[in-house]
Structures are given as structure tokens and as C-alpha cells.
Design a protein around this ligand. Structure first.
Ligand code: HEC
Length: 131
């Protein structure tokens, strides 16, 4: 199992001028990731975001894990092992720290408890308290 805590990445440490997370996604991620199912060549965003909300209690932890994964994709760190088996490990996508911060924050916020993977309201309440 994952140890929920990943050290070394502090999203709040990135400075000023934050690019728009959705714009970063459209440019750098949407070739492979659709937002909703069906998938393109990678798991869609909303079920993945729901997965992250199940695994991590706070946005800070979830975003830190995601940023660490994007900087160095590692199959042992993937929250969705089945996705790695099904689609192969995600390649490294070069992003600036500001882009990384914007896109991971946006990604986390795509959580939709009404769709797949979510488990009731627990994650939603945690999210409200920790935003
Ligand atoms: C070339 C295709 C490709 C592109 C481009 C791509 N991804 Fe992925 N991504 C994948 C695949 C395949 C997986 C599933 C296997 C895995 O987890 O490595 C994945 C998995 C993920 C995961 C789940 C990681 C985990 O913890 O399990 C996240 C989050 C993610 N991508 C975010 C992004 C973001 C953000 C971008 C844009 C900056 C992006 N991806 C661009 C192919 C891609």
C-alpha cells in the first residue's frame, strides 16, 4: 500500500503567476487523458481524481503525490495499479513548477463523488474542510 505522505513537494512554495490548470491540461495532457470515460490512452480525469480523493485526506497530500508522480512516473507509486497494467506507465511530461502546481490543483478539483470510484460523501466533506 501507499504511504500517503510524499515529502519534498510543497505546492504552496511555488510562487506567483499561476498558469490556468485547465489550459495546461488541454495542452499537455488531453492527448491521452479524457475528462470523462471512455478513456483515450490513459485513465480519464474524473475517476482518477476520485481515486486520489479516496487515497489522500487532504488536497495538499494528494497534489504533492501527483506532482511527485508526474515529475518521476513510477509504477510502484501509481494510485491505480490496474491503469498501469492496462495502459502502460505514463511517460514523463516536461512541465514548469508553476504548470505542475496549476494542473495538479485543477486535477484534484475534478473530483466528482456522483461518478464511479467515489465512496459516498466522506471524501467530499474532507475536501471541503481542507481546501
Ligand atoms: C502520452 C500519454 C499521456 C500524457 C500526455 C499524460 N498522461 Fe497521465 N497517464 C498516462 C497513462 C498511460 C497513465 C496510467 C498509467 C500510470 O498511472 O502511469 C497516466 C496516469 C496519470 C495519473 C495517475 C497517476 C497515479 O498516481 O496513478 C495522473 C494524475 C496523470 N496521469 C496526470 C497527467 C497530467 C496532469 C498530464 C499532463 C501534464 C498527463 N497525465 C499527461 C498517459 C499520459
Amino acid at each position: 500500500m501507499l504511504s500517503g505522505i510524499v515529502s519534498g513537494v510543497h505546492p504552496s512554495a511555488a510562487t506567483a503567476v499561476t498558469p490556468d490548470g485547465r489550459a495546461v491540461f488541454d495542452r499537455s495532457c488531453s492527448v491521452c487523458h479524457s475528462i470523462n470515460p471512455p478513456p483515450k490512452s490513459a485513465p480519464p480525469v474524473i475517476p482518477l481524481a476520485n481515486r486520489y480523493h479516496e487515497k489522500f485526506a487532504t488536497k495538499a497530500e494528494g497534489v504533492a503525490h501527483m506532482a511527485a508522480f508526474l515529475k518521476k512516473p513510477d509504477k510502484n507509486k501509481a494510485v491505480d495499479q490496474q491503469a498501469v497494467t492496462r495502459f502502460g506507465l505514463m511517460p514523463l511530461i516536461k512541465l514548469t513548477d508553476a504548470e505542475l502546481k496549476a494542473v495538479t490543483g485543477w486535477f484534484w478539483d475534478q473530483y466528482n463523488p456522483a461518478m464511479g470510484r467515489g465512496r459516498g460523501m466522506g471524501g467530499g466533506q474532507r475536501r471541503l474542510m481542507n481546501q
